[in-house]
Structures are given as structure tokens and as C-alpha cells.
Design a protein around this ligand. Structure first.
Ligand SMILES: Nc1ncnc2c1ncn2[C@@H]1O[C@H](COP(=O)(O)OP(=O)(O)OP(=O)(O)O)[C@@H](O)[C@H]1O
Length: 899
């Protein structure tokens, strides 16, 4: 990116974002930034404060003050910051890590999803007056039963159900499996001397739990006697100490039981009857993929904090953890993550902790096919990129449909539609982050720079969509990465295809990707590059802009590509395309290749063809384009390409570029410059310039809107002089002549107005005008021609006399003439004669008749014909009171002999 297109504020933001990405928060202070930017400290402080006021930065009011990017923090932690200023990094961290915020069940992952109903039931049970009801958590090991019991206690404290001074007492009954009496003693308390070792009175756990929560884990290990003692307490809130059956003790606590065994089998029925609420806790496998991901993220985040290093995790490890069935459920998952972190920590000697597949515990490593793992491409990803998002399904569908598209001529359109549909979904997502606006602005800067350069257009909305996609991708989840890994070969194939078939768009897209990667630290991988290329195809397709195209065509396996690549690299932009040719290729094949290329690119206004050998004139003659200024350069080398490339970069005209390389005169280069000629349609009528003007008007009204075809009129007798039409052909690209009589000029195509009237001119119209308008516009044009070139409409436009009357007289005259000549004219000739003679009559009436013969001997040679015309047109002459000069009859004669 050019320095001048990035403002100072943006530079500061880029720098701060970069520092933050490397966890160098301490360096985000004005003195450091001013040093790096080589600006005065005052100026940087002023800009930092402006960015702070714009809410782009937040302040950490330490000494010195730190300035951090709000967008970067908010997107990394997926939450809005509550303040603009923080006293310390610790305070900020506490907010970001939810340390101060999450309360009781909010800490339970899944409390809004798979665990929602359970949490609601727990809340209702403990709130039941006066001291809640006993409840039992039943579920496999490691599903969070103990964790939930603790959270229940916190909930009771937070909601005032119990006093904060009261205790949470946890007893794991399995620890007493071999000594149930000891459990009973510890639970209910004992009197001194009640059993060996009872040296003093002990009030027991029920006493400690009074007013609080008693949690009895693994309750199935409780023996029958103890169960019986307990249900008396549960019924009446009273109990005896062991060794003292006289005195009753009281305690009021909420009791929670937990077991991994089926309660009906493991507990006394009478005991079970006293537990009104039994909650079945789902296994980890039943929680769903998203919740599992959330758990993994949360545990890894805990470890990150604990070891004080940033964790990077191999995508393979993530995949393994996600797919592994943890028999020990969440408990085993946490242990696995901790064990992996310990293993990774042992090897880490930097600020990051990299967890690889070999850091996983043996139990998991043994369960995988190591060879398949080794073959798999993996990448290290930071934790926040792994957070699950809700629309993964849509992304995956989108990727899948792109991969599935047929690679034929329909690809470009279908790919654009697929991308459009997905982008639409993204762009209409309301909660767009500020970071997207920032990225959009940045993309706009990139595109401002390159659109002009490469000749295409983009809309603001298209850039928002692209920015949203890129940012969505960089927040990319494990699952999307996983999809890309699974479809690694397919993605590579798509990329290869795009590079081959849409080389130009691909290379320009690469430039965009490069900026995004290097200046915005965006995560751009193969698939994003494919999407950017498809966007480029679209931008080029709809811009309809006139392009400047430069192609190097050379013999040899990679001669052209090497020169193009070297020149593009040195010019630091994509200017040259390359066509490599086999050594024995002939000129026809070369021109055909070039024409294919030109057809693929579209609207070219300046075309530079740089060839290594071959006749330039021959190549030029074979080219299928006349809409561009063309420079053909022979004996091409890298230096010459560079010079031309520089001129193109500066947007010079073709003449300027070529002049400058010729001035240097250091190359053995031959240059041919073909200036683009303006296309024109000539209206010229033997019936006079007035008629030509009127035809021009009808034709003009038939052209579709925005047509830039120029229509001129030309005097018929002047046009047929050789110098005139040679000059016209030299100055213009003559599309065709339209008139009432063929001027018979070999180099000019002709359409007779009569052919348009009798609908026989459609084919010629299509062929001659086709390349000046799109198919859609051509259809409009043809429809207009059909409508406007009817005989009556033409006549209405051509004469000031009453066209119906005039036509009636002229038609009778022509009939008569056919009778005398014993000849039937073709339809086309008849209509031509109608138009011509009607115009002639008008000219006679308005005294503008033609007074020159083309053939001076006409009168002598064709006296009989002159008489026959005069006889046939007797009524016309009488009615309009005119005489037909012999010079005009020569034109009628020419019409008829052309029949
Ligand atoms: N939903 C959850 N959100 C966050 N952490 C959880 C969740 N469920 C369980 N954990 C964590 O998983 C680990 C195991 O949970 P816990 O010990 O509560 O399971 P348990 O069902 O009591 O197991 P056991 O039956 O073996 O005693 C704990 O570290 C706990 O903090």
C-alpha cells in the first residue's frame, strides 16, 4: 500500500493493532509510537486523543498512559467494553475475562442451552420454603455434578436464600466406602468415647452445614443405616450425635445428593421417596458440538491465565479433542487439556505455549491413526479463532456449493451469484462490528488505488460485504477450518482453476490479499483468496469500464510468463498478462490466442501487445478488435516491458507511451500504433441530403439509449468519389452506409432503406452493429428498427407532401412502368423506388432536383427508358405540376438495373 493513501491516524491504528496482536500492550504508549512513526510526541499524543474521542481507542491510565484498540479488544473477546478508560491493565483484563461479572450459574457452560431446564429446576428447588427441598443429581462421572452443587450454594448466597457466613459442606461418601461408621460419625457428630479414637465431642458436618448447603457426593456409597438416619433428619430436621441417643440436635440445611449409579437400584426406596427432585445430568457427548467447543475454549483460556502465556493450539489437536469420546466427560476433558498444557509448558521457551498432537495424553494419542494425522495439514491457531459461531452451517454450505460448481463457461456467473447470495446474508446481519467499518475503509483505500489502475469499479456496499466476509473468516471457527482441511485438495483445485482461467482477476486479487495480510494482519487462506478472485471477476464484469490491457506473447515454455512476472514484480503491480507459445507456432495460432484473450477480457480501450517475433502487421490484421488504441511491439525484452509498464501505471496515452520508448531508441523494437477510430454510420441518399438527414433522424431515434454510435450524413454524389471515401475510411471506422441507393463502394458496407422497410435488413443490422452494442441493446435496436422503418412512417418523415396521396400516385406510376418494361421488380426494388420517387417528387416541388449526370452519355444511350418513365409518371407529373429531369431518371434507371 502506498504510504500516501494511509492517513497518520490509520498508521497509528495499524501499529497499535500489530502491537496488541503480539501481546505487546506496554508498547502502545505515545513515546514508543512517536519513535516508530518518526513523528513528534506532541503530534502523536494529539492524534491518539483524537482517536480516543472517536472511540477507536481506550485509555489505560497507568504511567505512561497506554492506548489500546477498542475494536481489536472487542472482536478478540467478543464483548463490548463498558468504559473508555481503565485504571490498569488488570482492571481491563478482569472485565474482559468476566472475572467480576459471572455469577453462580452463569459460570456453568450450557446454562442457557443444554443445562437450561436443569438450572431452572435447581433454582426452584432451593427456593422452596422454608429451606428448599432435597435434590439428587444423577449422571455419569465428570458431568459437573459437584460443580453444580457449588454453584447452587453460590446462587443461594447471591439471592439471599442463605447467609454468606453459612457453609457449603461437601462430603464424598465413596471415601468412606470401607468405613461407613466413620462417615456416619463425621456426618452426625459424635460424643467423646463413642468409639475408639473419639477423644473429644465432635458436632459433625450437619452442624457445620446448618443454614448452608450439605452436598453428599457418591451417595450410593452411603450404607442403609446411615440412609435411615438421614431421612429422619430430612423429615424433621433433628438428629442424634453418635454415642448420644438421648439428646436431639437441630440443623437446617439444604441437601444435595449426587450419584453416578441408577438411584432406584443404589438407594433405599424409603430414602429415595424423601428426595422429591432427581435431575439427570447429560453426558458430554449429549451436549452438542458448540457446547463442547465452548468448554474447550474456556478450559484452555483458564490455563492461558494460569501459565501467563498465550496458547496456540494445533488444528489437529482441536480436531482430536472435539472428536474424541471422553468417557470421563467434562472432568476428563479438563484433565486432558491440563495435561497437554503441562507437556507443552515443559517445552516452551517463549511467551507462547504451543500445543501439538504429541502433547496429548497417551490415552487420546493411542486412539488415533497417527499416520493420517501426520499427512494432514495443520496450523497453529489462537484460542479466540476457535470460538463457535452460530452460522457455521451457512458458511460451510456456501463453501461447498462453490466447490461443487461446474468448471465450464457458466462458472463465472454461477460463482458470482453464489458469493453474492452469501454476502447478502452477511451484510444484512445487523450487529456489524466497528472493526468492519475500519476494514471497509481500508479496503476502500486499496481499491481506490487499484480500480483506476486496472480499470474496474466497485461499490461501497460490495466493499462492506467483502470486509464483512474477510473479518468473519478471521474470526473463523474451528469447524470452518476443519472443513477447509477436509476439503484441502478441492480448495487447491479451485484455486488452480481460477489462476488458469481468470489469470488477471486472480493476480489482482492476490494483490488485495497481500495488502490485507500484511497491513491488516487478516487471516487470508486459500479459500479467501478464491473468494477475492471471484469478487474481482464480478467487479470487472459489471464495471464495463474501458480497460488498459498489456499482454506479452512469446515463444517458449515460460518466456512470456517470466518477463511478465519480472516486470510486474518490479513495477509492484499487476500490469502484464502472459501467453506462452510453443516454439513452432504459426501466426494464425498466435492471433487466435490473442483474440480469445481479448474476447475474455471485454471492453478494451488501450491494448499493448508485446511479442518476441512475427509480423506485426499480420498480427494486427488478424485482431478482432477495432475499439482500442493498439500498440504492437516486437522483439520484446524485460527492460522494454518495464518502460511500457511504467507508462501504463502513469495512465499515459498509447501514443505517449510508445513515443517515449521510441525516443529512448535503445531497443531493437518495432512499434506499430493503431489509433482507435471513431465508429460512424453514414446516411447518404441518391434522393438528396434532405432525405439523408431524415433517415438519420429515424435511425437516431431507433438507437438504444447510451449508444455512442455517431451518425453522419454525406452527399451521395460526393461520397462515391474515391478520395472522399478513402479519407472517410482513414479517419473513421465506418459501420455502414444507409441510404436509398447502394453507392457500390467495395470497402463500405451498405444497407438500403427499402430493406429495412421490408424487414430484410435485420441480418445486416445484426452483423454490422453487433460489436457496438450488447445483445440486450441489439434487441432493443432491432425492435425499434422494425417499428420506425415502416413505409408509412418513413414516408411521413421524408416528405412534407401528403404521404398517402403521394404514395398512391407513385405506386400507380411504378406499376405502369413495370407493364411497359414487361418486367416485375423485386419487392425490395419496388419499396426503394417508392421511397426514392416520393422524395424525388418532393425535391421537384421544392425545386431541389439533381442536375448532374453520373454517366454523361446516359441521355443518348437510354432515351427510350427516359420516355417510358415519363409516360408512366404522367399522372404524378400532372398532379404535382412538375417535370422529371433526365438526370433524375438516370437514378431511377440505376435502381432498376440493380434489381
Ligand atoms: N457446564 C460446565 N461448565 C464449566 N465447567 C464445567 C461444567 N461442567 C463441569 N465442569 C468442570 O468439569 C470438571 C468436572 O466436573 P465435576 O467434578 O463437577 O463432575 P462430577 O459430575 O461431579 O464428577 P464425579 O461424578 O466424577 O464426581 C470440573 O472441573 C468442573 O469445573
Amino acid at each position: 500500500m502506498n504510504d500516501e493513501v494511509i492517513s497518520l491516524k490509520e498508521k497509528i491504528m495499524l501499529l497499535i493493532n500489530g502491537r496488541m496482536d503480539q501481546n505487546s500492550y506496554d508498547e502502545c504508549q505515545s513515546i514508543q509510537l512517536s519513535k516508530e512513526l518518526k513523528l513528534s510526541r506532541n503530534q502523536v499524543t494529539r492524534l491518539l486523543n483524537e482517536l480516543f474521542n472517536d472511540k477507536k481507542l481506550i485509555k489505560i491510565k497507568t504511567s505512561p498512559v497506554l492506548y489500546l484498540s477498542r475494536g481489536s479488544l472487542e472482536s478478540k473477546y467478543k464483548k463490548k467494553l463498558s468504559s473508555d478508560e481503565y485504571k490498569s491493565l488488570d482492571e481491563l483484563e478482569a472485565e474482559l475475562n468476566n472475572q467480576t461479572e459471572l455469577k453462580n450459574f452463569e459460570k456453568l457452560i450450557g446454562s442457557n442451552e443444554s443445562m437450561y431446564q436443569i438450572v431452572e429446576k435447581i433454582k426452584a428447588t432451593v427456593s422452596y420454603p422454608p429451606v428448599g427441598l432435597p435434590m439428587l443429581f444423577y449422571g455419569p462421572t465428570g458431568t459437573g455434578k459437584s460443580f453444580m452443587a457449588k454453584l447452587t450454594y453460590e446462587y443461594c448466597v447471591d439471592t439471599g436464600l442463605i447467609d454468606a457466613s453459612k457453609n457449603f459442606v461437601q462430603v464424598n461418601c465413596s471415601e468412606y466406602a470401607n468405613n461407613p461408621e466413620l462417615l456416619t460419625a463425621n456426618l452426625f457428630g459424635y460424643k467423646k468415647g463413642a468409639f475408639t479414637g473419639a477423644d473429644s465431642d465432635n458436632l459433625g458436618l450437619l452442624h457445620f452445614a446448618d443454614g448452608g448447603v450439605l452436598f453428599l457426593d457418591e451417595v450410593h456409597c452411603l450404607n442403609a443405616e446411615c440412609q435411615e438416619k438421614l431421612f429422619l433428619y430430612m423429615d424433621q430436621g433433628i438428629y442424634h450425635l453418635v454415642g448420644d441417643n438421648n439428646k436431639w440436635y437441630k440443623s437446617k440445611c439444604r441437601i444435595i445428593f449426587a450419584t453416578t449409579e441408577a438411584p432406584q437400584k443404589a438407594l433405599l426406596k424409603t430414602f429415595l421417596r424423601r428426595i422429591p427432585v432427581i435431575l439427570t445430568i447429560p453426558s458430554l457427548a449429549q451436549r452438542g458440538e458448540n457446547e463442547k467447543l465452548e468448554l474447550m475454549y474456556s478450559f484452555l483460556k483458564n490455563e492461558e491465565k494460569r501459565v501467563g502465556k498465550t496458547i496456540l493450539i494445533s488444528s489437529n489437536v482441536y480436531e482430536l479433542l472435539l472428536n474424541h469420546t471422553f468417557v470421563g466427560n467434562i472432568g476428563e476433558l479438563t484433565n486432558t487439556i491440563q495435561a497437554s498444557c503441562v507437556s507443552a509448558l515443559y517445552k516452551s521457551n517463549s511467551d507462547t505455549l504451543e500445543i501439538h498432537a504429541y502433547d496429548l495424553p497417551d490415552s487420546i494419542r493411542n486412539s488415533i491413526d497417527v499416520s493420517s494425522m501426520i499427512m494432514k495439514k495443520h496450523k497453529l491457531v489462537s484460542l479466540n479463532t476457535l470460538l463457535p459461531v452460530s452460522d457455521q452451517g451457512i458458511i460451510k454450505d456456501f463453501y461447498q456449493s462453490l466447490i461443487n460448481l461446474k468448471r465450464d463457461q457458466s462458472f463465472a456467473v454461477n460463482a458470482q451469484n453464489t458469493v453474492d447470495r452469501y454476502f447478502e446474508k452477511l451484510i444484512f446481519n445487523d450487529n456489524r462490528a466497528d472493526s468492519i467499518d475500519y476494514l471497509t475503509n481500508y479496503l476502500e483505500k486499496i481499491f481506490n488505488n487499484i480500480t483506476e489502475h486496472y480499470g474496474f469499479r466497485t461499490s461501497h456496499n460490495e466493499l462492506i460485504a467483502l470486509a464483512t466476509y474477510v473479518s468473519e473468516f478471521s474470526k473463523n471457527t474451528y469447524l470452518t477450518n476443519n472443513w477447509i482441511n477436509e476439503n484441502y485438495d478441492e480448495v487447491k483445485n479451485l484455486k488452480k482453476y481460477l489462476k488458469l482461467e481468470f489469470h488477471r482477476e486472480y493476480e489482482i486479487g492476490q494483490e488485495v490479499s497481500h495488502y490485507l495480510k500484511n497491513n491488516m494482519n487478516q487471516d487470508i487462506d486459500d479459500f479467501v483468496e478464491c473468494i477475492i478472485c471471484i469478487c474481482m471477476i464480478k467487479y470487472f464484469a459489471h464495471s464495463g469500464e474501458d480497460l488498459t490491457i498489456a499482454v506479452i506473447i512469446a515463444h517458449g515454455y515460460s518466456t512470456a510468463s517470466s518477463i511478465a512476472e519480472a516486470a510486474n514484480r518490479m513495477l509492484n503491480s499487476y500490469i502484464f498478462d502472459a501467453i506462452d507459445m510453443p516454439l513452432d507456432v504459426d501466426i494464425q495460432t498466435i492471433t487466435r490466442k490473442i483474440n480469445d484473450y481479448i474476447a475474455h477480457v471485454g471492453n478494451i480501450s488501450k491494448l499493448y501487445l508485446l511479442v518476441d517475433m512475427g509480423s506485426l502487421e499480420e498480427i494486427y490484421q488478424g485482431l478482432d478488435t477495432s475499439n482500442a488504441d493498439i500498440a504492437l511491439v516486437n522483439n520484446i525484452n524485460t527492460k522494454c516491458a518495464l518502460e511500457i509498464g511504467q507508462g501504463i501505471k502513469l495512465n499515459k496515452t498509447v501514443t505517449e507511451v510508445i513515443d517515449s520508448i521510441l525516443k529512448e531508441n535503445i531497443y531493437k523494437t518495432h512499434v506499430e500504433l493503431k489509433k482507435k477510430k471513431e465508429p460512424i454510420v453514414i446516411c447518404s441518399c441518391a434522393s438528396g441530403i434532405g432525405t439523408a438527414n431524415k433517415i438519420k433522424e429515424i435511425l437516431f431515434n431507433s438507437l438504444p439509449e447510451d449508444s455512442n454510435l455517431k451518425i453522419i450524413t454525406y452527399d451521395y454524389s460526393a461520397l462515391i468519389r474515391k478520395q472522399v471515401y478513402d479519407q472517410l475510411m482513414n479517419d473513421y471506422e465506418v459501420v455502414c452506409v444507409i441510404g436509398t441507393l447502394d453507392p457500390n463502394i467495395e470497402s463500405m458496407k451498405y444497407i438500403g432503406i427499402q430493406e429495412l422497410i421490408i424487414n430484410e435488413g435485420q441480418n445486416a443490422i445484426e452483423v454490422y452493429f453487433g460489436k457496438y452494442m450488447t445483445q440486450a441493446k441489439m434487441e432493443i435496436f432491432e425492435k425499434n428498427i422494425l417499428r420506425n422503418f415502416t413505409l408509412s412512417n418513413v414516408m411521413n418523415n421524408l416528405t412534407i407532401l401528403n404521404p398517402d396521396k403521394l404514395l398512391e400516385h407513385v405506386a400507380k406510376g411504378i406499376d405502369h412502368l413495370q407493364n411497359i418494361l414487361h418486367k416485375r421488380f423485386k419487392n425490395r426494388t419496388c419499396f426503394g423506388l417508392y421511397v426514392h420517387i416520393c422524395c424525388l417528387v418532393e425535391r421537384l416541388v421544392t425545386r431541389q432536383a439533381i442536375s448532374n449526370f453520373t454517366d454523361q452519355d446516359f441521355k443518348e444511350k437510354h432515351q427510350e427508358f427516359i420516355d417510358q418513365v415519363n409516360i408512366s409518371m404522367k399522372d404524378v407529373k400532372t398532379y404535382y405540376n412538375v417535370e422529371i429531369p433526365d438526370e433524375e431518371i438516370e437514378y431511377i434507371y440505376n435502381y432498376i438495373i440493380n434489381d
